[in-house]
Ligand binder design. Structure first.
Ligand SMILES: Cc1cc2nc3c(=O)[nH]c(=O)nc-3n(C[C@H](O)[C@H](O)[C@H](O)COP(=O)(O)OP(=O)(O)OC[C@H]3O[C@@H](n4cnc5c(N)ncnc54)[C@H](O)[C@@H]3O)c2cc1C
Length: 416
């Protein structure tokens, strides 16, 4: 079986589809090497195993809204698209979504997946409880009251157990307007990045780092916000007059509705519609998160690298992510800017340029997205995460024989 991008084939000897938590417990307890597989949207081998893949498509019980607690309990293998539709039908919403609704909830939070917005933390920040099966086969439920155990397990890189269910914070449903603006002058972005990034509920910049202007700005504004309506001009960028795809030359048909038409949160916060292929399809991705205060300096570095980057790029997206407190979250403890690169499917050339990008962004303490392509190993990553050693200690405690380990985790956590 291959991942979504098709750039890697998993080595798993077998794939199991347990239909009860008890079945999953027995399976994990008896296994020597096992890994949960979500919707396969990672670009690296984080989800790979030579042993057993467990896919939770048969453990897909209906979500359960707990109105008094302000949460919904969802099966970890469900996609945000399915959860979103369930909530919307009942008058509820999540605070934010990633660029696509196709990804599984458990797989997304395990890697620190995020959307955009200076006030929006990663999707993991909505998690109020996780129910997971440990390497021993024991099933546990963890909440913030469990302190470090919880803060390690939510963004857990698949190293601390297989998540069967999560409680996510919900709120009353809301409508969002999506507006696209074109040709935002770089000088305005670099002069006051925060003014641009915070001018909307969720703001994304799309660029290839060449030229004097950012090609597109996607601004998503909650309809209940004063001044939500589209403006003629966004910091010097005129409003687009037709729907656009972030990738030049591609049809906007697979994108969520734009042109300031209000619509439900789940149909506007992602860039891509559930029923279509997101993004380009034939692509690779890389992303680095660093403190938002360094945004302009880091963007200057990438602009200086434009001659090297642009020929390999489909597009780059610049977003913001508010701080959270999950030990291995790339936005742990830092209000962040996220510099994302969607590459053409040129893996050797992309991998050759990653060390150069990481060298240029090192001064800013850039942390890679765990689900995308990056070069850093444990020696480079350990100083970036105050909870790194504590996380490894918990992994050793709960998975002493390394059932959930794989060569990816060996590289990024242990340096082997
Ligand atoms: C087109 C596209 C757009 C994207 N857009 C964004 C974006 O906007 N923002 C962003 O931050 N990222 C984005 N990503 C990256 C994506 O969100 C992450 O790769 C995410 O981890 C994918 O979830 P998944 O279910 O496919 O995970 P998988 O690749 O299946 O698994 C990822 C990890 O989670 C573990 N895992 C999966 N299920 C479980 C479980 N039940 N219990 C425990 N561990 C589990 C796996 O073992 C593995 O370690 C995008 C990816 C693509 C392909």
């Amino acid at each position: 079986m291959k991942n979504w991008a098709g750039n890697l084939g998993y080595r798993a000897a077998r794939t199991e589809h347990p239909s009860t938590v008890a079945e999953l417990q027995a399976l994990i307890g008896a296994a020597s090497s096992v890994k949960a597989l979500g919707s396969r949207h990672c670009f690296n081998t984080i989800a790979d195993t030579a042993g057993t893949h467990v896919v939770l498509d048969k453990l897909a019980d209906e979500p359960e809204i707990k109105a008094a607690a302000g949460t919904v309990r969802v099966a970890g293998g469900l996609s945000y698209g399915v959860v979103g539709a369930y909530l919307q039908e009942r008058g509820y919403a999540l605070a934010n979504l990633a660029s696509l609704p196709h990804i599984s909830v458990a797989g997304a939070v395990q890697t620190g997946t995020h959307g955009s917005g200076v006030g929006n933390a990663s999707l993991a920040a909505a998690v109020r409880a996780v129910e997971l099966v440990r390497a021993s086969g024991e099933a546990v439920r963890l909440t913030a009251d469990d302190g470090g155990e919880f803060r390690a397990a939510v963004v857990g890189l698949g190293a601390l157990g297989v998540i069967t269910h999560l409680d996510l914070a919900i709120e009353p449903t809301y409508a969002v307007r999506q507006q696209v603006y074109v040709r935002l002058p770089w000088e305005r972005v670099l002069a006051d990045f925060d003014a641009v990034a915070s001018d909307g509920y969720s703001v994304s910049l799309f660029t290839d780092y060449t030229g004097d202007a950012v090609a597109q700005v996607w601004r998503k504004v909650r309809d209940d916000t004063p001044g939500a309506e589209r403006r003629a001009d966004f910091h010097g960028a005129p409003a687009a007059t037709a729907a656009m795809h972030p990738l030049p030359g591609m049809s906007a048909d697979n994108c969520t509705a734009q042109l300031d038409v209000p619509g439900p949160w789940l149909d506007r916060l992602p860039h891509f519609r559930l029923e279509f292929t997101p993004s380009n399809g034939a692509e690779l991705q890389t992303e680095y998160l660093l403190p938002r205060g360094h945004a302009a300096a880091a963007l200057r570095e990438l602009r200086a690298l434009a001659p090297v980057l642009a020929p390999k790029l489909l597009v780059s997206e610049v977003r913001t992510v508010a701080a959270d407190d999950f030990w291995l979250s790339p936005s742990f403890g830092r209000d962040s800017v996220a510099l994302h690169l969607t590459w053409k499917p040129l893996q050797p050339q992309v991998e050759a340029v990653l060390p150069l990008i990481e060298e240029r962004l090192a001064a800013f303490g850039a942390r890679p997205h765990w689900g995308k392509l990056f070069a850093a190993d444990a020696a480079a990553l350990r100083p970036l995460y105050p909870g790194f050693d504590d996380f490894r200690d918990l992994a050793a405690k709960h998975d002493p024989t390394g059932k959930f380990r794989n060569p990816f985790l060996d590289r990024v956590l242990y340096g082997a």
